[in-house]
Design a protein around this ligand. Sequence first.
Ligand code: GLU
Length: 368
Amino acid sequence: MYLKESKTIVIKIGSSLLIDEKKVIRQRWLDNFAKDINDLVKLKKNIIIVSSGAIALGCKKLNLNKKSIKLDKSQAVASIGQIELMNLFKRVFSKRKINLSQILITLEDTEQRRRAINAKRTLENLFELGYIPVVNENDSIATSEIKYGDNDRLASRVAQISSADCLVLLSDVDGLYSKNPKLFKNAKLISEIRNLDNSIEKIATKSISEYGTGGMRTKIEAAKICQNSGCLMVIANGLKSRPINNIIKNNKCTWFLPKVSKLHARKKWIISSISPKGDIIVDDGAIAALKKGKSLLAAGIKKVNGKFNKGDHIKILNKELTEFARGLASFSSDEIRIIQGKHSNKINELLGYISKSEVIHKDDMVEV
Ligand code: GLU
C-alpha cells in the first residue's frame, strides 16, 4: 500500500544480493529484480537504485579476497568493479528496455548544500529523460575519514535530497525483529515503527547487528534521516526472487513511518547531516532563546569542540551535553573561541573585522 502511494522510490541493494558467497553472480535474482523495476516503471514511478557491489565485483574480476585487501588497493578494486557492476546492470536491464545512468557520490557531495541541490536537479532531469540512475559511493576517491562506507545511510541521504517518498532497503533479513531470530524462537518481526526511541536502537545494536552488510545499526541511522525527511522507509528481504513484488503482496517487512514534517527542504537537509564537524555547548539562557525561535548569539556559548569552518554543520548541545539542535555555523571554530561569552556588539572589535552578529542564524538551525 505504502509503495503504491509513493511516486519517487529509492531502492538500495547490497552486494550479497548480486553475488553469492562463492562469488557467483545471482543472475536469476537480478533478472527478477529487473521485472520488479519494470512493473514500477509501468506505474510511472520515479526510481533511483542505490547499488553496492563495486568492491565485490572488482574482487571477483581480479580473483582477490575482499578481506585481505588494504584500503588503497580496495579503491583501485572499486574502480575496476564499478564498471563490471554497471555492465551487469546494463546487460540485464536493457533486455527490458529500461534505461540506466550512473551517479557516483561522495559524502562531501551530499554535505555541501550547493552540490546536494545540483545532485537533486540531475536526478530530476534523469527522471524526465526516462532514465533510472544507479547510484553508488565513489569508493575510488572517497577517503576513509570522509566516507559513508555503507550504502544504507548514503541511500537515505539520496532519498532526502531527491525528496523521495519511500526508501526500500533490501537486506538479507525480513526486517527488524524484537530479538535475534536466529537465537530466539519467539522473536517477532516488527511490522511498523513510528517512534525511533532508545528501545528500537537497543534492539538494533544488541540483538541483530550481525545481519546485513551494513548491519542493523546503519539501517536505523538511515531510518532516522528518512523520518526527519518525511520519507517512508522499509527494510525487507531482498533474497526473495521478486523482492519488491513480495513487499506489495506479503508485506512481511518492517516499515518506518515518517514524522509529519513542516520543515522546508533546506532544514531537512541540515538536520540529516551525516558528519557534523563540531559542537557548541550553550547555557540555559541560550536554550530558552533558541526555543523561542531566536538565533544563537555568542553570549550564550560556553564551549566549542572540534575544528570547523564557516558554513560547516555543527551540533548545539545544552550544558548536560544533550544535542538540542543542528545548524550551519556563521563563524569558524577559531573565531567562536575568541567571541564566546561576549556581547554581539564586541564581535567586530574582538575579531578585527566586520562580521555577522549571529553565530548560527535561526534560518540555518533545526531543533532535533
Ligand atoms: N560502496 C561499496 C561497494 O560498492 C559498498 C558499501 C556497502 O556495502 O554498503 O562495494
